[in-house]
Design a protein around this ligand. Structure first.
Ligand code: DX5
Ligand code: ZN
Length: 244
């Protein structure tokens, strides 16, 4: 048996983050825990009916979710004025707080504030936003989320042309020896997850593919199985590793 005191937390090869957006909102706690054995993070889409037309959940729900599941909460803020609201998500215990590059004039300042508040900081790049202008500020971030759809709704079709941004970001991350997760979000299923992984992504959000029909744990495990066929992605353990 391993002496836990001497065990070094090993960074998983990749992160699977089921998105609650496609779950049954009347049973969010149960839906979160249904994927506990297969998920690394739980992706929570916060939409404000301003930055995106859709309206989903906000701070009180994230606060409640934090108490309902041990999974790290990966909060994706699709909101205006993240400078005003993002810190609240750190304060209620989000693991990672991602805001959109399009929504603030001072992404570095906000990233610093998030880290100071004890959470990881994420930068999201929407469909119509190039990634190049943001490459130089990546050292201030723990995650870079490349949208593979237009942010706002689940169930949209994956846009393979977005993978050029993933490739450019991966080259930059590798060249600069940066330590951050490269996350993709939108239209991820057991086929597109492989394309995204081959382009350089190492964190994968999936809503419809996990919660769309049937048992979400089985669906999440199918995504893992698809990834296991990608070179370099086969070494992941059996899920539930929350140390990343
Ligand atoms: C949409 C959200 C996504 C959404 C993805 O703007 O950011 O996280 O849940 O849903 P699917 O996986 O159905 O495309
Ligand atoms: Zn999202």
């Amino acid at each position: 048996m391993t002496d836990r005191a001497h065990t070094v937390a090993v960074e998983p090869t990749y992160i699977l983050a089921p998105s609650l957006l496609a779950a049954d909102f009347s049973r969010l706690g149960d839906e979160a825990n249904a994927v506990a054995s297969e998920a690394d993070w739980l992706h929570v889409d916060v939409m404000d009916n301003h930055y995106v037309p859709n309206l989903t959940i906000g701070l009180p729900v994230v606060d409640s979710l934090r108490k309902a599941t041990a999974l790290p909460l990966d909060c994706h803020l699709m909101i205006e004025s993240p400078d005003r609201w993002a810190i609240g998500y750190a304060e209620v215990g989000a693991y990672n707080v991602t805001f959109h590059a399009e929504t603030t004039a001072n992404p570095v300042g906000l990233a610093r504030d998030l880290r100071a508040a004890g959470t990881k900081a994420g930068l999201a790049i929407d469909r119509d936003t190039p990634v190049e202008p943001y490459l130089d500020i990546l050292p201030y971030f723990d995650t870079l989320l490349i949208m593979t759809i237009k942010a706002g709704f689940g169930g949209q079709e994956f846009m393979p042309e977005m993978l050029d941004k993933v490739r450019a970001a991966r080259r930059h991350i590798a060249g600069g020896h940066l330590e951050l997760r490269l996350e993709v979000d939108g239209g991820i299923d057991d086929r597109t997850i492989v394309e995204a992984a081959e382009a350089g992504a190492d964190a994968f959000v999936a809503g419809t593919a996990v919660y769309g029909n049937g048992d979400p744990a089985v669906a999440a495990s199918a995504l893992r199985r698809a990834l296991s066929r990608v070179p370099g992605f086969g070494t992941r353990g059996t899920g539930g590793n929350h140390h990343a």
